[in-house]
Ligand binder design. Structure first.
Ligand code: OSB
Ligand code: MG
Length: 369
């Protein structure tokens, strides 16, 4: 397999409802689609970076430059034995995993299409025919609003609820939600809003039999999480700070978490995501697939990833309609009445692209090669 051309397209899509985390509010997404062309076919990937460098160091504009000036030139024209080769070819770039991952996942899709097989098969998945789904609820203007929205998501069948927390919107909000829904699978995500000085405060969360507390401490920390985990009954789930399989190994060694959230972009694509998955599985740590408010391509890649065997917990991958009035794929991602997404068997990521719609929302386009 040899890449002849890589095309970047930046698309802009308003969210159906704003999404608030401890680091800010998002109303509209600016995403880069990566089309990798070679051997007479095209594969597609999506860059999951945010619009600002607040979740990690990347944002849409930085990802564009990394892809154009560093990642694409390192892969174009090379004879690739498989998509596995992309990760080492771009490993010279420090950080910028989401930019690298946008290209890497496109090459996996290309390879699957060239072989005429679904992406989930290409990556070694297929442990389940339907993936279990939860939803991630942003911070709302009031807890009443949050409760109302949770009611709707539970009625739609979603299997677990994640609520975002931040200082000032944590213990009391969680208590209200738990009182209203005594037996649902409930978890919280702090997106690095606390420090070890908040240990006594965070221990109050142990009263609400949460499934897990996601990334309470710094985005780049593992050691303090180990310290905090030793004082909490609730399992810690790591997100931001697990950027490589080596980080997963270190988290295991230090007992820093009981669960890991795997995001394709954060770990630079499928090859490293599989290695993180394998490290966690060997340590008997369950994993689930996180989300970054993806459009259809990223969502479809997440579905393929979540068919690997150790993705045993409901993830943050949910229906397109929760985010978009119209998605860039056909059909949109939909869930069953009992909160799962059926895995598709079409070649590659399994959905058709709505090219006319993509063209209509493209704000920038550039081809390399
Ligand atoms: O930490 O999981 C996170 C969205 C943007 C940035 C970080 C996170 C999230 C989510 C949303 O929780 C998951 C989704 O619904 O796509
Ligand atoms: Mg998170």
């Amino acid at each position: 397999m040899k890449l002849e051309r890589i095309t970047l397209r930046q698309i802009r899509m308003p969210l159906v409802h704003f999404f608030e985390t401890s680091f800010g509010r998002t109303y509209e997404r600016d995403m880069i689609l990566v089309e990798a062309q070679g051997d007479g076919a095209s594969g597609w990937g999506e860059v999951t970076a945010g619009e600002n460098p607040f979740y990690n160091e990347e944002w849409t504009a930085s990802a564009w430059m990394i892809l154009r000036d560093y990642a694409a030139p390192r892969v174009l024209g090379r004879e690739l034995r498989s998509a596995e080769d992309v990760y080492p070819l771009t490993a010279h770039i420090r950080g910028h995993n989401m930019a690298r991952g946008g290209l890497e996942t496109a090459v996996w899709d290309l390879e699957a299409r060239l072989d005429g097989v679904p992406l989930w098969r290409k990556i070694g998945g297929g442990a389940r025919r339907e993936i279990p789904c939860g939803v991630s609820m942003g911070i709302q203007d009031s807890v009443e609003q949050l409760i109302e929205k949770i009611e709707r998501e539970l009625a739609a069948g979603y299997q677990r609820i994640k609520m975002k927390i931040k200082p000032g919107r944590d213990i009391d909000d969680v208590r209200r939600v738990r009182e209203r829904f005594p037996s649902i699978k409930l978890m919280v995500d702090a997106n690095s809003a606390y420090t070890l000085a908040d240990t006594e405060h965070l221990k109050k969360l142990d009263d609400f039999y949460l499934m897990m507390i996601e990334q309470p401490l710094s985005h780049d920390d593992i050691i303090d999480h180990a310290e905090l985990q030793s004082k909490l009954q609730t399992p810690i789930c790591l997100d931001e700070c697990i950027r490589t399989a080596r980080h997963a190994e270190q988290a295991v060694q230090l007992h820093a978490c009981g669960i890991i959230n795997i995001k394709l972009g954060r770990v630079a694509g499928f090859a490293e995501a599989k290695r993180v998955h394998d490290v966690a599985q060997a340590a008997k740590i369950p994993v689930w697939c996180g989300g970054m408010l993806e459009a259809g391509i990223g969502r479809a890649h997440n579905i393929a990833l979540a068919t690997l065997p150790n993705f045993v917990l409901p993830g943050d991958v949910s229906a397109s309609g929760r985010y978009w009035k119209q998605d860039i794929i056909e059909p949109p991602v939909e869930t069953t009445a009992y909160g799962t997404i059926a895995v598709r068997d079409d070649p590659g990521f399994g959905y058709a692209l709505d090219r006319d719609f993509i063209r209509s929302i493209t704000v920038r386009e550039e081809s390399i090669g």
